[in-house]
Design a binder for this molecule. Structure first.
Ligand SMILES: NC(=O)c1ccc[n+]([C@@H]2O[C@H](COP(=O)([O-])OP(=O)(O)OC[C@H]3O[C@@H](n4cnc5c(N)ncnc54)[C@H](O)[C@@H]3O)[C@@H](O)[C@H]2O)c1
Length: 259
């Protein structure tokens, strides 16, 4: 039987076919899932175009995670489409330019708070809003929330405030896991190594990551190959990892653990 048969999954964060969420959606479909995709603002038309490469995934749900109104409409839409939710993929990150590559003293708090709202708080906003649908999951082991993360145990060059947002996301994931675990909802982080996506290109000096990651990773690392991220997300969404929650699963060739 396919790993995600009978799973109904909402995947956020598909923009282009380089998006990590695109690879995850594609693999989830191959494993028998029924998926819904959300798009953000003006990018929604790009998401619509990208989604055609996945086959029939229904109408793209417009969802700005910083808008409580749009979150409420998205919940109504998923309720009428699916009636329950077995998986939720949070693949969303945004920080104003002052937060990336300019050091820690350039960004005013207003910019940091924008980054926090979109990149960190949004996970709590989504899990809270979709909780009643996730509680209704019929999957063996319950529903699974997967959030895309970048190792926050170290300070990386140029990543600056986004690193702080990811540290917050990791902590938030643990607190959410504690709270929704009794509802049979698990919450895990998938900490990916650097991959060439639209978001990555917006990080000045991204090549600093590219150049060193492959050398530091004992397994090596290819910034153009996101297939292991997609496979791992599918495993996390599936009953195979039904006893795993509040965890950070690193998919980075092992680089994060090397001295
Ligand atoms: N690419 C990498 O190297 C890498 C590594 C580790 C983790 N990640 C994480 O993976 C996730 C996905 O990023 P990606 O690299 O696939 O890039 P991407 O640019 O393809 O995806 C980022 C997504 O965030 C969405 N987004 C931004 N603000 C939003 C908002 N207010 N509401 C809803 N959606 C919003 C964008 O529309 C886009 O779809 C991010 O959390 C990112 O930090 C990326």
């Amino acid at each position: 039987m396919a790993l995600l048969s009978d799973h109904r999954i909402l995947v956020t964060g598909v923009l282009t076919d380089d998006s990590l969420a695109f690879g995850i959606a594609k693999r989830a479909l191959e494993e028998g899932a029924t998926i819904a995709l959300s798009g953000f603002g003006r990018g929604t038309s790009i998401t619509r175009r990208t989604a055609k490469k996945l086959g029939d995934v229904g109408e793209i749900i417009e969802l700005d995670v910083t808008s409580p109104e749009q979150i409420a409409v998205a919940v109504d839409e998923v309720t009428s489409r699916f009636g329950r939710l077995d998986g939720l993929v949070h693949a969303i990150g945004y920080a104003p330019p002052s937060c990336l590559g300019a050091g820690m003293f350039a960004a005013p708090f207003e910019d940091v708070s924008i980054a926090m709202h979109a990149s960190t708080y949004s996970l709590a906003a989504l899990v809270g809003a979709f909780r009643s649908l996730l509680q209704k999951s019929e999957a063996h082991g319950g529903a699974s929330v997967v959030a895309l993360d970048f190792d926050s145990s170290r300070a990386y060059p140029m990543y600056d405030w986004m690193g702080v947002m990811k540290a917050g996301l990791e902590s938030l994931g643990r607190y959410l896991a504690r709270e929704v675990g009794p509802d049979h909802i698990r919450v895990n982080m998938l900490a990916a190594g650097p991959l060439r996506t639209m978001a990555a290109k917006s990080i000045p000096g991204f090549s600093l990551f590219e150049d060193t990651w492959d050398e530091r990773a004992p397994l090596g690392w290819d910034v153009h190959d996101a297939s292991a991220v997609a496979d791992t997300a599918v495993a996390l969404l599936s009953p195979l990892l039904r006893a795993t929650t509040a965890s950070i699963i690193h998919v980075d060739g092992g680089a994060h653990a090397m001295g």
